[in-house]
Write a protein that binds this ligand. Structure first.
Ligand SMILES: NC(=O)c1ccc[n+]([C@@H]2O[C@H](COP(=O)([O-])OP(=O)(O)OC[C@H]3O[C@@H](n4cnc5c(N)ncnc54)[C@H](OP(=O)(O)O)[C@@H]3O)[C@@H](O)[C@H]2O)c1
Length: 265
């Protein structure tokens, strides 16, 4: 196995969506002794509990309460964190939401907006807040989804948001290459988290979040541009992506769909 390049020095870590699921598991994965880890999210209680766990592992966690749509709050957290701990070595955007949506249902308009704003703009806002403080050789990662490979029925907003994230991260990767910052786009299949716990349909190759986080950390540290977890989903996703529309339509109109969020927040 290859090792991280010479430019990368393990240092301060920033994770959005750290209060739950994949972000939480990644925070535990990055809890190296003495390592500052900024845990971002809105759920103060969950983040405080996670900080206790990380402290027990020897890391130096800090909690930052912010909505990823709030640029001012993130800018202020970023400058404060970097001024105390120095340049950020790993920046991960995991915050995201997922609900079923139907375009013909007017009450889903605001849910469409919430999903796109949180998943796409929230990631851009988080990165733009912390990028000025990244170390030379730093790592940036965003959590996309296999759902962004092609449009899924009943999840148009989520699929569109993750397709946008995949493209956005590709642009960002090219923009940051000359600055010696590596960008990793992570496209999970099904990972066992509160987000998938509510799904009432079969989820093939459902993977525990801690195992997924181990793979993710490895890819991020090595600066890999692309990761699909679990590996079986990389194959299934590739096949689905390349199926002729006639066959894709026949298969996808038979699968279960995510529950709609009946009323917007
Ligand atoms: N689980 C899967 O199978 C799967 C598959 C593909 C992709 N993903 C993606 O992986 C990421 C993490 O998902 P998960 O499964 O870990 O879900 P989760 O357990 O529901 O966690 C979502 C996290 O996002 C944060 N968040 C949501 N909206 C936010 C906002 N406006 N501002 C700040 N934080 C916000 C939540 O924190 P607070 O509530 O504290 O704000 C929470 O920490 C998401 O981007 C998701 O789309 C997940």
């Amino acid at each position: 196995m290859s090792s991280p390049d010479a430019g990368y020095r393990p240092g301060p870590v920033v994770i959005t969506g750290a209060s739950s699921g994949i972000g939480y598991a990644l925070a535990c994965e990055y809890a190296d002794p003495g390592r500052p880890v900024l845990l971002l999210g809105r759920s103060e209680v969950s983040l405080a509990r996670l900080a206790e766990i990380l402290r027990g592992l020897g890391a130096c966690p800090e909690v930052g309460i912010a909505d990823v749509r709030d640029a001012e709050a993130l800018d202020s957290l970023a400058s404060s964190f970097a001024s105390r701990h120095g340049p950020v070595s790993v920046l991960v955007a995991s915050a995201g939401i997922s609900h079923g949506t139907l375009t013909g249902e007017k009450e889903d308009r605001s849910v469409f907006a919430d999903i796109l704003t949180t998943n796409v703009l929230g990631m851009q806002i988080s990165f733009s807040a912390f990028l000025p403080y990244m170390q030379d050789g730093g790592r940036v990662a965003g959590i996309a989804s296999v759902a962004g490979f092609r449009g899924l029925p009943g999840a148009a907003a989520y699929s569109a948001s993750k397709a946008a994230v995949i493209c956005y991260l590709e642009s960002l990767r090219l923009e940051l290459l000359p600055k010696n910052i590596r960008v990793t786009c992570i496209a999970p299949g099904y990972i066992a988290t509160p987000m998938t716990a509510e799904n009432a349909y079969p989820m093939p190759w459902l993977m525990p979040a801690d195992r997924a986080a181990r793979r993710m950390r490895r890819a991020i540290d090595l600066g890999h541009p692309w990761l699909v977890v679990p590996w079986q989903m990389a194959i299934a996703g590739w096949i689905l992506k390349h199926l002729p529309r006639r066959i894709y339509d026949r298969i996808l109109t038979r699968v279960g769909t995510k529950a709609r969020k009946i009323s917007a927040e």
